[in-house]
Design a protein around this ligand. Structure first.
Ligand SMILES: NC(=O)c1ccc[n+]([C@@H]2O[C@H](COP(=O)([O-])OP(=O)(O)OC[C@H]3O[C@@H](n4cnc5c(N)ncnc54)[C@H](OP(=O)(O)O)[C@@H]3O)[C@@H](O)[C@H]2O)c1
Ligand SMILES: [Zn+2]
Length: 350
């Protein structure tokens, strides 16, 4: 098959479009013909230097949608021809976390495309339990946009922060995969949304998608912006993923009883906290990592019914993986960038 293969880590030029042996399935796996694979910021890190990447040579890609073309002898719930999206997390299914429904806490979990070969390819083999059927009219790129960004944002806002109708939610870097998903989920939940981004173009898209207040955080202190618009109160929930560069302003944006929920450290791992402010304002700090398969099924159902419309920035042919990585690295996307082995013609520039 054709695949984008990483023979060694480094810059975008290390993504090589090449021939690669077709994957073989076990009795409990399915073979999926990839129609679309969405990129994540983690793909950039994996390409550059993350030590967990395995096997080598490696095929990246964790967010995969496609058609089942072969099923293992013991697979019952999925058939050849099913249109599916893949849950990105292969958990052990046996530990106390897995059997309690917290497979995102499993110590033995592997992320498809990171610790296994993934979806920058014509075919991928995965456990059948990872295949979630999608509606006939759900576009494959929209489906591929769902697993990591929407599952993570759902777990952050709905499961961890328990957002309520009428609450104020601040979404950082709203053009990111997680941020654009967070905006949609917060609006769907009846919240008022404040959103940040580094460009007016991204803020304009955010407003078109329903963001109530937007701020270019490279020009304005976003915590001051939030406090000014809420008469000094602050927001109930901050969706954090930028990390070190925004951490203190994010905390300063919170109202009393506010919750900060975080899933990422794009700008660095360390954050300061004024402990007195934290207890006086009764703040809650919540960590969040991916989500469970039942949560993914809920989000897919919302996309199947058209209630959620996954934001796809663009879909490029698989051969243009280098360009796709460059666009993501340059922060030019609003929502998800997808690769597709089945489309051929497309613009070759940003
Ligand atoms: N724990 C989990 O389960 C989980 C799941 C998904 C993602 N994540 C993490 O969440 C973060 C967002 O992921 P994503 O895939 O949604 O990202 P993405 O689409 O690549 O967007 C990242 C955005 O962060 C903003 N940003 C601010 N400072 C930046 C900097 N110094 N360098 C690069 N970008 C910067 C940029 O938007 P502006 O230019 O508008 O600021 C950029 O577009 C990543 O750290 C990722 O690893 C974690
Ligand atoms: Zn487990």
């Amino acid at each position: 098959m054709k695949a984008v293969v990483l023979y060694e880590q480094g810059g975008v030029e290390k993504l090589v479009y090449a021939d690669y042996p077709n994957p073989e399935i076990t009795v409990s796996e399915v073979l999926v013909q990839v129609e679309a694979c969405a990129l994540n910021r983690l793909d950039l890190k994996a390409r550059q230097d993350r030590p967990e990447v395995d096997p080598f040579p490696h095929i990246l890609g964790s967010d995969i949608a496609g058609i089942v073309v072969e099923v293992g002898a013991k697979v019952k719930q999925i058939s050849v021809g099913n249109r599916v999206v893949l849950s990105p997390n292969i958990s052990c299914g046996q530990c106390s976390d897995c059997v309690s429904g917290y497979e995102n806490l499993c110590n033995r979990q592997k992320l498809i495309g990171f610790q296994t070969n993934g979806g920058y390819a014509e075919y991928v083999a995965v456990p059948s339990v990872n295949a979630v059927p999608i509606a006939d009219d759900l576009d494959f790129s929209a489906a591929a946009a769902i697993p990591i960004a929407y599952l993570t944002a759902w777990h952050m806002l709905v499961t961890r922060a328990r957002i309520q109708p009428g609450e104020d939610v601040l979404v950082l870097s709203v053009g990111s995969g997680v941020g654009s998903a967070g905006l949609q989920i917060a609006k769907l939940s009846g919240c008022r949304v404040f959103a940040t981004a580094s460009s007016e173009e991204k803020l304009q898209v955010a407003r078109q998608m329903g963001a109530d207040f937007t701020v270019n955080y490279t020009q304005t202190d976003f915590s001051q912006f939030v406090l000014d618009l809420t008469n000094g109160r602050g927001v109930d929930v901050v969706l954090e993923h930028v990390g070190q560069a925004t951490w203190e302003q994010s905390l300063d944006s919170l109202a009393k009883n506010g919750r900060l929920v975080t899933c990422g450290v794009t700008t660095g791992n360390q954050g300061q906290i004024d402990i007195r402010k934290m207890y006086q304002k009764q703040l809650s700090l919540l960590g969040s990592a991916l989500g469970s398969t039942p949560e993914l099924r809920t989000v897919v159902q919302l996309a199947n019914s058209g209630t959620l419309n996954p934001v796809v920035d663009r879909t490029l042919p698989l051969q243009q993986a280098q360009l796709a990585h460059q666009i993501l690295e340059d922060r030019l996307n609003f929502g998800k960038i997808c690769l597709s082995p089945t489309i051929r013609d497309s613009p070759t520039t940003v």
